[in-house]
Design a protein around this ligand. Sequence first.
Ligand SMILES: Nc1ncnc2c1ncn2[C@@H]1O[C@H](COP(=O)(O)OP(=O)(O)OP(=O)(O)O)[C@@H](O)[C@H]1O
Length: 616
Amino acid sequence: MDLQEIFSSFIGNLNTNATSMNSTTPTPAYTAFPTGVTSIFALLLSFPALREWLKLLVIGGILETCRRCISSFYQYVTNAFFITAIFEEDDPCYDWMMVWLSSHPSWSKARELSVTARNFNLVSNAVVVRGEEEDPASMLQNNRSISYLPSVSTSYSVWYKGRRITVIRERTQTGNWGRKEETLTIRIMSRSHKFLDRLLLEAKKNYRAAQEKNISIYVSDISGNWRHIASRPKRPLRSIVLDPGIKDLLLDDAKDFLDSKPWYLERGIPFRRGYLLYGAPGSGKTSIIHSMAGELGLDVYVISLSRAGLDDTSLNELISELPERCIALMEDIDAAFHHGLTREGTTNSSVTNDPQVPPPQNGQAPPPPSTSRLSLSGLLNALDGVGAQEGRILFATTNKYSALDPALCRPGRMDIHVEFKLASKYQAQELFRCFYLPSERLDTEDTDQDEKDQKDEHVLDSGYGSVDGDAASSISSEDSTPPTPSTPSTPSSSSPLLTNSDKLVVSGHSHRQRAPKLSRRKVAHLARAFADAIPERECSMASLQGFLMTYKTRPFDAIKEAPAWVARERADALAKKSASANVATVVPAATTAVPAVPGALPPTCDAEPSAAATAP
Ligand SMILES: Nc1ncnc2c1ncn2[C@@H]1O[C@H](COP(=O)(O)OP(=O)(O)OP(=O)(O)O)[C@@H](O)[C@H]1O
C-alpha cells in the first residue's frame, strides 16, 4: 500500500464520518472544515511531485532520527571508553601540548599539516623541523624556527606509548570583535586518567626544559585574565652591580621565604613576602627583580596599577588568581595614586585638582587623565586581604618613596625596603669590570693570561664577534671622542670617491670592532682608574652603562673621556635644575628624603626597620 492509498482511505473515512453526522444532526458550520481539508489533501496528492516530496520528508525524518541515535550511541561509547581533553588557546597547557605535538614524529608522515614559525612563548628553538638544528647558521640568522603542527579542522591519529590518540585542532569565532580562538582536543582510548596525566606531565616537563634559560612574563588583559606575553632570557645576577650586601640580602631572604612554608603555616602567619625597592631612576631596581626571578626559577606577573579599567574588584581578582609561587611586580607603585605626577615632579593641576601640585611647564603637554578606578584601600586589601594569594613574592618599585602611604609600607605588606642610590665609585668600578672582562673569564682564574698580558697588553680579542677588525679599527682610531646625542659625529675618513655632500653622517659607534684582550689584573687596574674619574653618587648606573656602551670595545678611550663626560652630565643636570627652579612649586625628590642605610625606613613610613629586616 503506497502513500496515495493511505491518504485516500484516510480521506474516505473522513467523508463517511461527515455523511453519518449529516444524517442525524443538523449540520453545524464547522463540518465544512474537514470536508475542505480532505479535498485539499486529495488535491495536493493528485500532484505526483508533491507525493514524492512527502515521501522524501518521511524518509529524511527516519534517517535523521537514526543519525541522532547513532551519534548518541557513539557519544556514549566514546565517553565510556575514551577520555577527551580540551585545551584552550589562552591557557598555558595549550602551549605545552602544541610544543609536545610539534616534536611528535607522526608529522613526518602526515599528508596534511600546518606549518608554523610560532614558538609558543619559547625563546629557545624547542620547536623545529628536523634537520634545521643541523644548520646552526640558519638558526642564528632567524631565531624563529619552522615546525609542523596539526592543521585546523582535521582529525589526526598519533601513537603515544602504544596507544592511539586522536588530535583535533579547531578554530571558533568568540564574538569579541571577530576574534577567533583555537582549541585543541585530544581523545585517548583509555578508561583511566593515568595515561592523560602522564602525557600532560611529559608535555609540561618538555616545555619547562625548553624554558629553563628563560623567565616568563605575564600581564593582565582587559578582561582581567593573566596572559603570557613574553619569555626573556634569564639575566645573570653578576651583571647587576649594587652596593655590597644588597644582592645577597634580597636573594637569601627570598630563598629562605620560599623554603619556609611550614614555618608560616604553623604560626598562622600569611605566607607572603613583600619587597619595596625605591630610589633613583636607572639604578637597577627592575633589573635585580628580573635577575632574581631567573635565580629563583619564578615567573613574573606584572600588575599595572594604572591600567585602564582597573578597579578594586578586578585588582582583587587578579591577585587572587596568581599562582602560588611567583613574583608579582608592581612598578612605580606611587603612580597609581598620583596620576599626572611626572618623574620630574610636575603635573597637570587640572587633572588632579591638587593644590600642592605645580602647574605644567611651558609647552609641556598635560599628562592624559587616568581611567584607573583604584583606591588605596582597594590596593591594601588586595595585598593582604582574605583573597590574597599565598606563597607569592611581591616586588614594588618607586622613585618617590616619600609619596607612599605608610599603610602600604608597613611590614606584612612590604617586609623589606631597599634603597637604590646613584652609582658609587665601587659600582662604577665593578660595572667597568663586567663590561670589559668577557663573561667566561669573570669567574675563572687567568694567571697565564695575566703573565702574557704584561708582555703585550694591546693584543686584540675577537670576543665581540668581530669579523671586520680593520674597518672597525679605522673608525676607532680616528674618533675617540664620544659623540653627544645632539651633535652627530661625521667620520672624517674620506674616500676619494665621496664628495663633501656625500659624506655619511653617523652618530654612535660601530660595534664591529675588536676589543683589546685584557687580563683580569689589567681590567681591575683600568676599572679603578675609571672609578676615580666618576664622582660618588652623582650618576645613575643606567647613564654609566650608556656611556660605556659608546666605548664598547675601547676601554682605554672610556677612561680618557670619562672626566669630560662627567662635566657634560653635571652641566646638563645644572641646566635641568635651573629650569625646574622656574616652576612655582618644587616637589622634593624622594631620594633626598630617605635614609642612606638599606633596609631602614624614612620618617614617612612605619619606623620599624628591625621588622623590615627580620625574615623567618
Ligand atoms: N646596578 C646596576 N647594575 C647593572 N646595570 C644596571 C644597574 N642599574 C641600572 N642598570 C642598567 O640600566 C638600565 C636601567 O635599569 P633598571 O630599569 O633596572 O633601572 P630602574 O631602577 O628600574 O629604573 P626606573 O626607576 O626608571 O624604572 C638597564 O639596562 C640596566 O642594565
